[in-house]
Structures are given as C-alpha cells and as structure tokens.
Write a protein of this length. Structure first.
Ligand code: SAH
Ligand code: SF4
Length: 455
C-alpha cells in the first residue's frame, strides 16, 4: 500500500511542478514514506533522515532549498516526536492527509523563503472526507497496477498498529473503483491488485452516496472481471473471518481471479489466535481452505505468520508447522513478533526470548522454502500463462509471473513485454522457473486462459 500511496503523492505534486528523480542530490523535496508495522521498519526512519539532513545542508551551500517531508504510519504514530528529534524536517503528514500536500509544500517553501526558523508542519488528522475524493485522476503505468479499495481496520488484533495508524475501516464506492480500473485497462494494464489492510472487509456503495447500496468484494471482483483488457485479478490482504460465501464462490466463477489466494492466519494454535484477538479457530481456517479448493481445484494459498507472539509455547509453534504442512502453503510473509507501542500484545507478560523467535522463524521459513521448491519442480513440463513485466539481466530475456506468482524467465522478443503469453516451464529452482513461449499469437484472446478450473 505504501507503493500505491507514494505513487499517489507523486500524482498530487505533479500539477505544482514536481517530478520524481532517481538522484537524491537533485531533489528539491524528499518525502520519506514510512511503515510502522514492525519496529525494524520504523527505526530506519531516523537513520534515513540523518542522510537527508546532510543532503539538505550541502544543497544549501549552493543556494538550493530542500523540503523534507515524512509521510506514512510512523509519521501518524510519532509525528510530534519526529518534529522534536529532527527539527530540519519541514512537513510531517499521515496516510490520510496526503491529498493536502500541495498546500503544505506551499507553506513550507514560503517559510523557507522568508528565512524564518522552520517550525515544521504537522498534519496527521483523520479527515471526515476521504482523501480519495481529492486526488487527481489516476494514470496507468505498466502492465500491473495496484488499486486501493479499502483502508483502515476495526479489528484490533493485539499485535497490530494498523487500526491506530490507518484509522477506522473505510471502503471506496464501487463506481469509483470501476472508474479507475477502466482508466488502467485503457492504458494497457492487464493485472489489477486490489489493496486494503483488510481488503475482504470491503463493502463499497454501488452508487456513491447511496447508503444501503453496499456490496462486498465478491461482487466487486465480478464487475472488474467484466472490463475488457483486465486479465488478472488479485487481492491483498484478507482476514479469514471476512471470507464470505460470495467471495469464496467468486474463486470458482471468475477466471481472471488467480488460483493463488493470500490468506493470513498468523498462527496454527487456537490458544495463540485467541490471545491475538483473531476471532476464529484453526478449524474455521481449514474449512475456508476446503471451500476455496472445492471452487477451484488448482487453487494454492499463501499466508502471513508471526512467530514468538507472547505466550507461544513449543506446542503452539508445532501447531503452526502442522498447519503449514497440511495446507501446503506455497509462500508466506513470516515475521518475528515485534512489540508495538500502544498495542495490548506489547504489554503481555510472557514475551518470548529473541533467540527462540530467531530459531522458530528459521524452521518455519526453511519449511516454506522446501514446499515452494517442491511446487516449482512439480511445475516443470506444464504450461502456464505468464505476465511479462520486467526485462531480465541477460540480452533478450524477459521475466514475468505465473498465476502462482512464480518468477518465470524466458528468451523472447520484446514485443511480449507487458503481455500475457503461455509458457512451457522447463526448469526450476527454489525462487524461479525457466521456460519457453508456446504461442506467439499474443494479441489474440487465446492468451486469456479463460477456462474454469472446475471444467
Ligand atoms: N489484515 C491482515 C494483516 C495486515 S498487517 C490480517 O488480518 O491478517 C500485515 C502483516 O504484518 C500481518 O499479517 C502480520 O503477519 C504482520 N505484522 C503485523 N503486526 C506485527 C507485529 N507486531 N509483529 C510482527 N509482525 C506483524
Ligand atoms: Fe491488523 Fe489485520 Fe488485525 Fe486489522 S485485521 S488489526 S490490519 S492484523
């Protein structure tokens, strides 16, 4: 979501003359967009800021002014502290106020030009009106695009800062989402990844402002799949308790929906799920997986895991390992529990020692790598549609992604860049596959692998 937000900040600033640069020293403004989900991510901020202060001083020697802004969830959670600890920061803004950036930049540059002591602008409000209504029209870039449909969260899992930094749960109206998706499709986007901290809690109004017209993510996915040119749909990140029947059915009904679902579970132990305030038991998770696979036999899952949540015993951890083996997750984001200030988990007495967390994470990740390698090896000899969205390191090499997000390398003409083509998979490693294109009538609808999985 921070990638999406950073792009949108660039869009907001374009009309007042800013464009992105790859050379930091050339920048009239630097925005550090931050993540607060784990401690490691937040800590990076102050070391980054030190670098940018030196850059600001150097540019000042040549008479060039620099605006430094800190955005995102660390700004939301620790805005006042940032201004105090780093007085050279001009602007601190939260994830819900970046549509106001032009006004903040104008104030900061005026203050700098007047030569007065910079006080630092702080805007970490949760505005009544969502920022989406104030952002410029989205532009298509590339063949795969993020589309933010939902933000915030009301679930308050005991380890998580999201409800505090992103605010209350909000869903964008369906007509707005479809409008953006059509702009993407017209600009050559083939794959849309719907984003939300709790994306399957989505309940957008069909018609903007018409309370009572809300529909869920299953309905939205159907409408998106109708758009010409959109050939792949994915959604991130979901909570098991919001996997309703419509959404599960969508996996069998919508060919564009990849047969790879990301469904974070965090732990395989009921005791730990309870302490995490996850509101479901592990049996419920198994039932959801069964229902999804009943809809689409080749569906595979990825997940998120936290090891070393307070009170996690060896038996609790073993339950997580059992779950990973049972479900045969292909991939996962896995983390050591990181106590976050202000969350209930941070105050729990029975914190797990760091060395135990390190050991458990290594065991869990090794298992996931072995399952992924096994799946990649079993893919050899199969054909899969691949979306080519990168050029490889070697001459004439393109890199794309299979429906299971496996990176696939081929030697192919650059005409395939940004396209989907069927590839026969010929070799595999833990992290990627190699293959060759089996069809070159790439501009015909045969490129759409439309057949239903159950067929
Ligand atoms: N809404 C999703 C998760 C969004 S947060 C859900 O309900 O599952 C993204 C991921 O960050 C989480 O799935 C979790 O695995 C990880 N995470 C969040 N807080 C964490 C913490 N305090 N320590 C370690 N990992 C954390
Ligand atoms: Fe965080 Fe997800 Fe729990 Fe919300 S549902 S509090 S985003 S982990």
């Amino acid at each position: 979501m921070n990638v999406y937000d950073s792009d949108r900040m660039a869009d907001v600033l374009a009309p007042i003359g800013y464009a992105a640069t790859d050379v930091p020293g050339d920048a009239d403004m630097v925005i550090v967009n931050t993540c607060h989900i784990r401690e490691q991510a937040s800590e990076k901020l102050f070391s980054e800021l030190g670098r940018f202060r030196n850059m600001k001083n150097k540019r000042a020697e040549n008479g060039d002014a620099t605006v430094i802004a800190v955005a995102g969830c660390v700004a939301q959670a620790a805005g006042a502290e940032i201004i105090k600890r780093a007085p050279y920061v001009d602007i601190v803004l939260g994830p819900q106020t970046y549509h106001r950036l032009p006004e903040m930049v104008a104030r900061a540059t005026r203050a700098q030009a007047a030569g007065g002591k910079n006080k630092g602008i702080l805007d970490i409000e949760f505005p009544e009106e969502p920022k989406f209504d104030h952002l410029p029209q989205i532009q298509a870039k590339g063949s795969s695009a993020f589309l933010s449909v939902q933000e915030g969260c009301d679930k308050f899992c005991t380890f998580c800062v999201v409800p505090y930094t992103r605010g209350a749960e909000y869903s964008r109206p369906i007509e707005d989402v479809l409008g953006e998706a059509k702009i993407f499709a017209a600009g050559g986007v083939k794959e849309i990844i719907l984003l939300g901290q709790n994306v399957n809690a989505y309940h957008g109004e069909k018609t903007k402002g018409e309370a009572g017209s809300e529909a869920g993510l299953g309905y939205l996915l159907h409408r998106l799949a109708e758009i010409d040119g959109i050939e792949r749909l994915r959604y991130l990140t979901s909570h098991p308790i919001d996997m309703d029947d419509d959404l599960i059915a969508a996996h069998g009904e919508i060919a564009e929906l990849t047969p790879f679902a990301h469904l974070p579970v965090q732990s395989g132990s009921d005791r730990i799920l309870g302490r995490m305030n996850r509101h479901h038991k592990i049996e419920d998770y198994y039932r959801i997986v069964e229902k999804l696979v009943a809809q689409r036999a080749e569906l595979k899952l990825s997940s998120d895991f936290i090891v070393g949540f307070p009170g996690e015993s060896d038996a609790d951890f073993e339950a997580t390992i059992k779950l990973i083996k049972d479900v045969k997750f292909l991939q996962a984001y896995s983390f050591k529990y990181s106590p976050r200030p202000g969350t209930p988990g941070a105050l729990m007495a029975d914190q797990v020692p760091e060395e135990v967390k390190v050991e458990r994470l290594a065991i869990l990740q090794a298992l996931l790598v072995s399952q992924q390698t096994e799946f990649n090896e079993a893919s050899i000899g199969k054909s899969m549609p691949v979306l080519f969205d990168r050029r490889g390191r070697m001459d004439g090499q393109l890199v794309g992604r299979s429906p299971y997000m496996q990176p696939v390398h081929v030697q192919a003409s650059d005409d395939f860049y940004g396209e989907i083509a069927d590839v026969k998979l010929l070799s595999a490693s833990a992290n990627s596959l190699g293959g060759e294109i089996v069809s070159d009538d790439r501009l015909t609808p045969s490129f759409k692998t439309k057949e239903r999985a159950s067929a």
